[in-house]
Structure formats: C-alpha cells, structure tokens
Design a protein around this ligand. Structure first.
Ligand SMILES: Nc1ncnc2c1ncn2[C@@H]1O[C@H](COP(=O)(O)OP(=O)(O)OP(=O)(O)O)[C@@H](O)[C@H]1O
Ligand SMILES: [Mg+2]
Length: 382
C-alpha cells in the first residue's frame, strides 16, 4: 500500500526488529505521541523496553502477522533480515516504509550491486561467483574482499584475499553455499555514511556525511560532520540522495560510501533504515534520524534538520561494556560535560556486539576526538 494520508499522533506504529535502532525509533515515537508495537522473536530485544505492545513470534507466524496488521496503522523496520515475504504480505494491507523492494535489495549483495551498476553508480570493481572453484578464475587484480551475498553484517561473511596464493585458504574458510561477491579492496581516503529521508511526495532530506572508522570491520568511531572538503561533503549528499531516489520508496535510508583521493566517491552499500553511525543525530540535530523515520512513515513534513554541534560517537563493543560499567571508568566518563552514555539494554555480551555508545558532543572536533580516543583506550585496557 502506498497511501498519501497522514498518520496522526495517537495512532500505533509497527516496528519490525527490536535492536537499538528500533529502540531509538520507539522512544522517539512515544515522545511524539504515538504507540509502538515491536515485533522481534527475541523476548529480550532492547526496543521492547519502550514498546506499547510486543510480539515475540517468529517472523513466519501467520497468526502473528494477522494480529500485527490489526494492531498497527503503518510499520517501519530496523533489521535487514526481516523476511521480504512478510513485508510483502503487510504491504497489501498497510504502509510499510521502507518497503519490500529496498529490503530485498539490501538483503542480497548481488542484487544490490547490480541495481547500483544498472543505475550507473560507481562501485568497487567486483565479480559474482557461484562456486568456490570460480575464485581461481576471477579476472581482477587482488587484494580482494570476498563477501557472502546474504546475511552478512559487521564484517561477518567476509574474507580478505591479499594475493593469489591465499585463494586456497579463502576457499577453505568461506561459508555458505554462494553466490559470493568478490570485490577489489579500495584504498579509500575515508568511509562516509549519509542518512537520507524520502517522503511519499518525493521530497528528500539528508544529514551531512558522517566519517566512519572501522576496527576489524566493525564500526568503531563516527565523526560528524566528516572531516572532508565542502565540495566532497555536498557531492556525497547528492550522490546518496540520487541512490535513494532510484530506489524510490518512502522511508529513511543510509548510504555507505568510500571517498577516494582523486575526489571520486564509490557506493559501498545501502541500509533501508537508520544507521548506527547516525545515533548522534539524537543530540546534534533538531530532528534525529529516528524522528525522520517516523515523519517519513507517517507522511509528516520533513524539513532539513539543523545541526546543533559536532560529535564523535564511540561504539561500545562486547567486553568493553564491562569496562565501561566498572565504577571508576564510568564515573570519569559521566563526569565529562561532552560525554553522553547510551546503553542499549542487551542482556548478553558477545564479542564485537554493539552494547552501547558514548557520544562526545561539543563545538570543536579538535577537543572531542582526543576525548573519544582516550576513552576508547580506557575501555580496551582492562
Ligand atoms: N571493497 C572494499 N575495500 C576496502 N574496504 C572494504 C571494502 N568492502 C568493505 N570494506 C570494509 O569492511 C567494512 C564492512 O563491509 P560492508 O559494509 O560491505 O559489510 P557489512 O558486513 O554489511 O558491514 P556493516 O553491517 O557494518 O555495514 C566496510 O565498512 C569497510 O570498512
Ligand atoms: Mg556496511
């Protein structure tokens, strides 16, 4: 369904997936006067802390689907692996924003890459292989990153092939049944992400690009706005907006980019939802990416969010959570006037799992970056 009606406060919004992104959406929706039904098979999903009503059934449960449609006026999503077939079923009765088309693209790297190249966006050179043995005949100069077509996240389902001698080891460690995307490693200047909102009336809204620094392929630091020349900043925003317009479904998206030394920008991937690099918008913009997601879902106006300051976001991963909550460290961080601690309420700690983040917010990146780096050091040193 693609209706042009406005969904007013007092209505009930659905959220498919109950992680931290869904949690921030739900919290924001409550503040705006909406109720939220969170559907996630995990009974302890973080977003359920804020939910008006929770669904714990698996996503293929037909009764739950029927009840969800009855309970909500429209729905959004926060998890990329919600079954496309569920979203298609929901769409026949209610608005789901973003919808099944963008979800389908994001779930399958092969489809995502071919969609982007069909629309002439610049990408890292890549090939698609359907069996491990095809790795021997890939006609691209290494180094490569081999990526599973489906179910990859935080660098899971990726294997680095530094040179051809390494192909035999990669073939042994590659999991899944294919296809895989074999991508040339890009010597990027910076990784950027741009959050874009698309209204049902075609209007778009973006935030300035965030500069992202990964550690072991997991997002560690996000600097906003990215330390890039104004023309690159503008070009990245325009490029991300074009990508979202090509997808053409209302909602909030994040486009991940690689900026190159020669001024070029490559598209890495698309997330049909707010992004972990965009949590800072809660504190540093008049409209957060979550409020934008609600506005896009409900057909409300989407004016350009005004920036209220600079920020550095430090993700708290796995065991760092224990360090953060140890008394002396927690006390010193919370005493910093720039630092705001966000904990997602996840019950179990797993290596690399995003447990929370600390946002360093102020006027000068020159102050905030060292503070974030010192804190990072504090959390990695037991
Ligand atoms: N072609 C490439 N060249 C250089 N670095 C790359 C390339 N592809 C991926 N990376 C690095 O690996 C990270 C994770 O890759 P990607 O975003 O494709 O996968 P993902 O597992 O879906 O990650 P996430 O869920 O964190 O977005 C990128 O953010 C980047 O740091
Ligand atoms: Mg990514």
């Amino acid at each position: 369904m693609t209706s042009s009606k406005i969904i007013e406060p007092g209505s009930t919004l659905g959220m498919l997936g109950g992680g931290q992104l869904g949690g921030f959406f739900t919290e924001s929706a409550l503040k705006m006067g909406y109720k939220v039904v969170v559907w996630d098979p995990s009974t302890v999903a973080p977003a359920k802390r804020f939910a008006t009503l929770s669904f714990d059934a698996s996503f293929d449960d037909v009764d739950a689907r029927r009840n969800f449609i009855k309970a909500v006026d429209a729905s959004s999503l926060e998890w990329e692996n919600v079954p496309v077939s569920l979203v298609e079923e929901l769409e026949s009765e209610i608005d789901v924003r973003p919808g099944s088309r963008s979800l389908g693209l994001a779930q399958n790297r092969v489809q995502e890459k071919s969609f982007l190249s069909k629309h002439n966006f610049d990408l890292a050179d890549y090939r698609v292989i359907y069996s491990r043995s095809e790795l021997n005949s890939v006609d691209l100069p290494p180094p490569w990153i081999v990526k599973t077509a489906t179910l990859g996240y935080d660098g899971h389902g990726q294997w680095l092939v530094p040179n051809c001698d390494y192909i035999k080891y990669a073939k042994e460690s590659m999991t899944g049944s294919g296809p895989w995307v074999v991508e040339r490693v890009v010597q990027f200047e910076q990784e950027l992400s741009v959050v874009v909102g698309l209204h049902q009336n075609g209007h778009t809204t973006t935030y300035p690009p965030t500069e992202n620094i990964h550690e072991n392929n997991i997002l560690k630091l996000s600097i906003s706005p990215g330390r890039i020349p104004t023309e690159v900043l503008k070009k990245a925003q325009e490029l991300a907006t074009e990508v979202v317009l090509c997808i053409g479904e209302a909602g909030v998206f994040c486009v991940e980019l690689f900026s190159l030394k020669n001024g070029g920008i490559l598209v890495n991937e698309i997330a049909p939802r707010p992004h972990n690099s965009g949590h800072h918008t809660i504190d540093t913009f008049t409209i957060s990416q979550y409020e934008l997601q609600i506005r896009a879902l409900c057909g409300l106006p989407m004016p350009t969010p005004i920036m209220k300051g600079h920020s550095v976001l430090l993700n708290v991963l796995g065991e760092e959570m224990r360090e953060l909550t140890s008394k002396p460290k927690w006390e010193s961080i919370i005493a910093n006037q720039h630092a705001r601690i966000y904990l997602y309420g996840k019950e179990s700690i797993r290596p690399g799992r995003k447990m929370g983040h600390i946002l360093f917010h102020g006027d000068e990146l020159a102050t905030l970056i060292p503070e974030a780096l010192e804190t990072q050091q504090m959390l990695t040193d037991p």
